[in-house]
Design a protein around this ligand. Structure first.
Ligand code: MN
Length: 173
């Protein structure tokens, strides 16, 4: 990758083990510092718990964003901050605009009233890539985009190493 991209490994984030608030605060602060220095971030979890502090840092820098979210799950509502409620909190905190956000590869029940466009796995597998990309670009519009990818958006046949496998997912093709 380094032949083609100007990238640097910033290392792991050091935080107090078992202290979720500390981890969240440190991740947001560290990300804000990188973004303020004009860098772009490619981050790896953990799980989706990392996404809310990352969205907070990015929204502070870029303003309200569009979300492009590849996943088997849309995740739920709830006041708790955990790995399953970040896309409930993010629109409420004004970090992302649900009307310009799209969730791709979904194959679990989802709330159809929250404004997100859902492209479920069945239709993704039936439609062509160009057709899908055109629709995604239309939904995103001119907003800055935050892209997040959960490995379980792929079918477990291609990526079985996930805590929450769901059959009928996207192919690697
Ligand atoms: Mn998932």
């Amino acid at each position: 990758m380094r032949e083609r991209l100007n990238v640097v490994d910033c290392g792991d984030l050091v935080f107090n083990f078992g202290d979720a608030q500390d981890m969240s605060d440190k991740l947001q602060a560290h990300t804000e510092k990188l973004l303020a220095a004009g860098k772009k971030c490619l981050t790896f979890g953990g799980d989706h718990f990392v996404t809310l502090p990352l969205l907070r840092a990015h929204a502070k820098h870029f303003g309200k964003m569009a979300l492009v979210h590849f996943d088997a799950h849309t995740y739920g509502n709830g006041s708790k901050f955990d790995h399953g409620t970040m896309f409930f909190h993010a629109p409420n905190e004004g970090l992302i605009d649900p009307n310009h956000s799209v969730q791709i590869g979904i194959r679990t029940d989802h709330d159809s009233d929250n404004g997100f466009t859902v492209l479920d796995a069945a239709q993704v597998n039936d439609r062509g890539v160009t057709d899908l990309v055109d629709q995604i670009k239309g939904i995103v519009g001119d907003l800055p985009v935050y892209l997040t990818f959960d490995i379980d958006c792929l079918d477990p046949a291609f990526a079985p190493g996930t805590g929450t496998p769901v059959v009928g997912g996207l192919t690697t093709d």
